[in-house]
Design a protein around this ligand. Structure first.
Ligand code: MG
Length: 242
């Protein structure tokens, strides 16, 4: 890990990594929700004559839903649609998602958050989703560690992941922090690219079916295979920064 921190500091010309916050992505990080999202994407886009495979769903994970839809419509139907039309299609995706059984909290995440909280760091969430029920669930499940003012949703930023904007907004919401004062925890290539573009030390936890190489190519600073591995490594990781 030390070597990855040095590489990060050198790349950006920063003096030290002094994390005061951890910015978590939501789907595939806090919740084991990606299988349901992939199914909801596939079923809902079918309604509009758009073919979306499970691989497409994983590859576009983390982008704002409306951005993904506009891109797919352009690619498959050759037309530009406006945001309200994309939003109506996204509403169908949301409906399909909520028709599926509730997703589980990611194993290991509560243990990790408890340690982060005990170390005095702020916990933030930066997601491309924006449905109110999801925000309420976040506060119910992680309310011991998380407050609403530290959540960034699709509606807080104009440009979603892979643009740096969502994570830059996360830094701002968690106390006007500099990039070297936070970690990003992501599972998806577009999310990793967003964290890296915001110049934040970006940790990937590969909870899905994509090969590690995809996350490495996106520029991630360090990869874990699963959340309990990161929880176990947390103490050492934070010690390396001090
Ligand atoms: Mg994700």
């Amino acid at each position: 890990m030390n070597k990855d921190i040095l590489k990060y500091l050198e790349k950006h010309g920063f003096e030290a990594l002094r994390p005061k916050a951890v910015l978590f992505d939501m789907d595939g990080v806090l919740y084991d929700s990606m299988p349901n999202h992939a199914i909801a994407w596939q079923r809902s886009m079918e309604v509009f004559g758009i073919r979306m495979t499970l691989d497409d769903a994983y590859a576009t994970e983390g982008a704002r839903g409306v951005d993904t839809i506009r891109m797919m419509v352009k690619k498959q139907q050759g037309r530009e649609i406006d945001e309200p039309e994309a939003q109506r299609m996204y509403d169908e995706k949301t409906r399909q998602f909520h028709a599926l059984p509730e997703t589980h909290i990611m194993p290991g995440i509560l243990d990790l958050m408890a340690q982060i909280h005990a170390d005095g760091l702020t916990i933030g969430v930066v997601t491309g989703s924006g449905q109110r029920p999801l925000i309420n669930r976040l506060l119910k499940d992680f309310g011991a560690y998380l407050t609403e003012d530290h959540i960034v949703t699709a509606y807080d930023v104009k440009h979603g992941k892979p643009a740096p904007d969502p994570y830059l907004m996360g830094l701002q919401k968690c106390g006007d922090l500099k990039p070297w004062e936070a970690f990003v925890v992501e599972n998806a290539p577009l999310g990793v690219r967003a964290g890296v573009a915001a110049q934040i030390f970006t940790i990937a936890v590969n909870t899905g079916p994509l090969p590690n190489k995809v996350l490495a190519d996106a520029g991630t600073n360090h990869i874990y295979a699963k959340m309990p591995d990161l929880a176990e490594a947390w103490h050492e990781l934070i010690s390396d920064c001090r």
